[in-house]
Ligand binder design. Structure first.
Ligand SMILES: [Zn+2]
Length: 229
């Protein structure tokens, strides 16, 4: 049917339709898709053979995702890798998080960024020991995250802040300009990336997203690649 579906092509197929938990066919980017994304991903991971039986792996994965969402890539990477050592079959579900962590960590920090990390660490320590009613005495600290595309520190913007396909500035990195710079458990899962692909959530100039997706998967062609909606 698909002439490109050759034996040499080892990319996994991700179609515009998927099967939901009830066995019903659903279309990606639908309301149903959006609402069930996190649970579908969690279920897929939990159903990896051995996951439920292997001691400690559930806790490790929880830790990995928590660190990933906090932008603490080094600790996230460690926990993802340990999980995969325990259960290699987790690879299709977590390889992308691992790649993001490795790419970010490979970018050397600038002097100012190193200083920011030291201050943030001290700040968090003080918050832990200071009674909540005294938090007001602390000066405000900017909440910066390392962009998952370029590794530079940029201001935190929730991954769900919409751009409506054109308001790129509402959710993009201050340095590389790529949309959706903050690491996300949901959006960086296989189904989350598929949603973004079929919805054309990223601007066309954000080539890294489309190139990586096509490297990892064999999706259906996007018929209209003009203005994403
Ligand atoms: Zn960036």
């Amino acid at each position: 049917m698909d002439s490109k579906n050759t034996k040499e092509d080892e990319r996994r197929e991700i179609k515009e339709e998927y099967t939901d938990a009830q066995g019903k066919r659903q279309t990606r980017t639908s309301q149903e898709d959006f609402q069930t994304l996190p649970t579908r991903h969690l279920d897929a991971v939990m159903n990896v053979p051995g996951f439920k039986e292997e001691a400690g792996v559930k806790e490790l994965m929880t830790e990995a995702w928590e660190h990933y969402e906090k932008g603490t890539y080094d600790k996230a990477l460690q926990a993802f890798e340990e999980s995969m050592k325990k259960i290699p079959a987790l690879e299709p579900y977590i390889f992308y998080y691992i790649r993001v962590c490795r790419n970010v960590l490979a970018v050397p920090l600038k002097k100012r960024e190193k200083q920011y990390e030291k201050i943030k660490s001290l700040y968090l320590t003080i918050l832990r020991i200071l009674p909540r009613q005294l938090w007001f005495i602390l000066p405000k600290l900017k909440n910066l995250y390392r962009c998952k595309w370029c590794g530079r520190y940029t201001k935190y913007i929730h991954p769900n802040v919409p751009t409506f396909g054109f308001a790129k500035h509402k959710n993009s990195c201050q340095h590389c300009g790529t949309m959706y710079p903050i690491p996300s458990f949901m959006w960086d899962s296989p189904d989350g990336r598929a949603y973004s692909y079929y919805r054309k959530s990223f601007a066309l100039e954000d080539k890294q997203f489309y190139e990586e997706f096509l490297r990892d998967y064999r999706p259906q062609h996007l018929t209209k690649r003009e203005t994403p909606k």
